[in-house]
Design a protein around this ligand. Structure first.
Ligand SMILES: [Zn+2]
Ligand SMILES: [Zn+2]
Length: 264
């Protein structure tokens, strides 16, 4: 099985201290064939990721590691953009000039800079989840993304106080999001980071993965969302098995923002 991990942060992200080379070494050790770095990136002034990513440092490190590990590991360079629908003009100008392989689109904030945890702490369970899926629906057709990251992320923040959500209560909202993703030629990911904590299921849940498959969705990646080398590749094999059991024939990798199927 060709193993990929398409959601990884290094110290090019504000919330990781791991070096690019340590991530590569960990991936090789764990038998991963291909990784993609997805560093936090934002053009929204005032939020944590704004102005952090040093593109010269990042591309130099990628280039160097591609050379060092060329016989053992395929390395791609990507970013994770939050709320790309809010700054389309600025993003267009920046992204035109940088040849990223892959771009994840995320909802990490509401109303420009209110973090999900902050919002959730002063809103009901219903308000928090409804609002979250409405915001994802705005992000999912952005031309500046390839894959919608961690599609039901709100549960990571809401789990302790509000609990997990009931898929059937949000079925219509979720279906709308998935149809829009498919029609826009975008995809979703299986993010395994919530298997390493209290929530104990992937993002999105198996219900959403099945719905995506039933609606005809094909483009899907798998990623650990590792911020430390030890988490690189976590639960990737198991997630591919889950996708296989649902009926998916391929997962996808990307080069120059083109989706390439990998048979599973
Ligand atoms: Zn994220
Ligand atoms: Zn991430």
């Amino acid at each position: 099985m060709y193993l990929i991990d398409y959601h990884i942060h290094s110290n090019n992200s504000f919330d990781s201290k791991e070096t690019v080379s340590a991530v590569c070494e960990a991936a090789i050790e764990k038998g991963i064939n291909e990784i993609c770095f997805t560093e936090h990136f934002s053009v929204k002034e005032g939020i944590k990721s704004y102005g952090f990513l040093n593109l010269k440092k990042y591309s130099d490190e990628i280039k160097e590691c591609k050379e060092i590990f060329k016989d053992k590991l395929t390395i791609r360079a990507g970013i994770e953009i939050c709320e790309p629908h809010e700054n389309e003009e600025e993003l267009k100008l920046i992204l035109e000039n940088i040849p990223f392989d892959f771009i994840l689109g995320s909802v990490h904030n509401f109303d420009y800079n209110i973090g999900l945890a902050t919002y959730m702490s002063s809103h009901s369970k219903e308000e928090s989840y409804s609002r979250y899926f409405e915001e994802v629906n705005k992000v999912c057709t952005s031309p500046y993304i390839d894959i919608v990251a961690h599609l039901d992320l709100m549960k990571r923040y809401a789990f302790n106080t509000h609990g997990n959500y009931d898929f059937n209560e949000y079925r219509e909202k979720i279906e709308e999001v998935l149809k829009n993703i498919i029609n826009a030629g975008k995809g979703i990911e299986v993010n395994t980071s919530t298997l390493r904590g209290m929530v104990n299921e992937t993002m999105p849940s198996i219900d959403i993965l099945k719905m995506y498959y039933d609606l005809g969705g094909e483009i899907i990646t798998v990623g650990s969302d590792a911020h430390k080398a030890e988490d690189v590749g976590a639960d990737i094999r198991e997630s591919i098995e889950v996708l296989k059991n649902i009926g998916f024939k391929n997962i996808y990798r990307f080069k120059n923002r083109q989706a390439i199927p990998v048979e599973i």
